[in-house]
Ligand binder design. Structure first.
Ligand code: SIN
Length: 283
């Protein structure tokens, strides 16, 4: 279904991304509107809303729950109330930013989140855009020989580059992550080519933050092919670029896009509020 009656849908690029209009996501939306939003997400992979207000976390959580169960991110869970809500905050002078290289979210989990809904509480006047890349296209544009080589291959994903004691990220940025001694690494092996459980389409499922090596191969043996696939998977023609305003929302399908948060404005604050939705085992 790409014939929308409840919402308007304006694509941002050929590959990925569309801006949705005609809807206030803070309201209790009817099932038909939610179904159209879901269709737009499946078709465009990431959808954007402007001029929203889900500052009230109950509104943000209620909208998220229309699409699945809320996910609690283990590395942002300090035992606080409302641990489902993650605040991605940049302050002037931050040396690092969360998500500043290409990745899909939280892929060290046995069943990584299906999606994320990111709301801009405060966007800088310029900079801090987010890039998204279509991973179906990344797969479909590989040669038949490469597709054959990747089929059946798994990659080992873990979170040792994004959390844990000794990492030192907390000293360099306002967004804090677990770096305490009780933290334990989470690791899972997933197929390199995944079949999307709703669309049935195949996409590449690799990213440079969480993947360490191919299952059964060493890090050194894996690196050349991984590096080729990382470069390939984010070619400009697979991407779109979203410019944030305060009140903007991005809702991405974590099963078939990678994204990158550009850390190019070191003078202004950028405050985001994010939920994630439980996902399936990767097949
Ligand atoms: C993320 O990687 O989830 C954050 C993206 C952003 O801050 O733009």
């Amino acid at each position: 279904m790409t014939d929308f009656k409840k919402i308007t849908v304006a694509p941002l690029s050929t590959a990925v991304g569309a801006e949705i209009g005609g809807v206030n996501i803070a309201e209790d939306l009817d099932d038909a509107t939610i179904a159209e939003i879901r269709q737009a997400l499946l078709h465009h992979l990431v959808i954007f809303f402007r001029d929203q207000d889900i500052t009230d976390i109950e509104r943000h959580k209620a909208f998220t729950k229309r699409f699945g169960e809320l996910f609690i991110h283990p590395n942002f869970n300090f035992g606080q109330e409302n641990a489902e809500m993650v605040y991605l905050t940049r302050k002037p002078g931050d040396k690092r930013a969360a998500g500043e290289t290409w990745h899909a979210d939280t892929t060290m989990m046995a069943n990584p989140p299906m999606a994320a809904i990111l709301f801009a509480l405060e966007a800088p006047e310029w900079g801090g855009d987010t890039l998204f890349a279509n991973q179906y296209m990344a797969y479909e544009t590989l040669s038949d020989g490469m597709k054959k080589m990747l089929s059946g291959l798994k990659a080992v994903h873990n979170d040792s580059r994004v959390a844990g004691p000794g990492l030192g990220l907390n000293a360099q940025r306002a967004t804090k992550v677990r770096e305490d001694a009780d933290w334990r690494m989470t690791e899972s092996a997933h197929p390199v080519v995944r079949t999307h459980p709703e669309t049935g389409r195949k996409g590449l499922f690799l990213n440079g933050i969480y993947v360490h090596h191919f299952e059964g191969l060493t890090v050194e043996e894996s690196a050349p092919l991984l590096n080729f696939l990382y470069d390939h998977s984010c070619r400009p023609e697979f991407t779109c670029r979203f410019r944030w305003r305060t009140g903007s929302v991005a809702f991405w399908d974590n099963r078939c896009v990678q994204h990158l948060a550009i850390h190019d404005n070191h003078e202004d604050a950028r405050r985001m509020q994010r939920t994630q939705i439980q996902g399936d085992v990767v097949r």
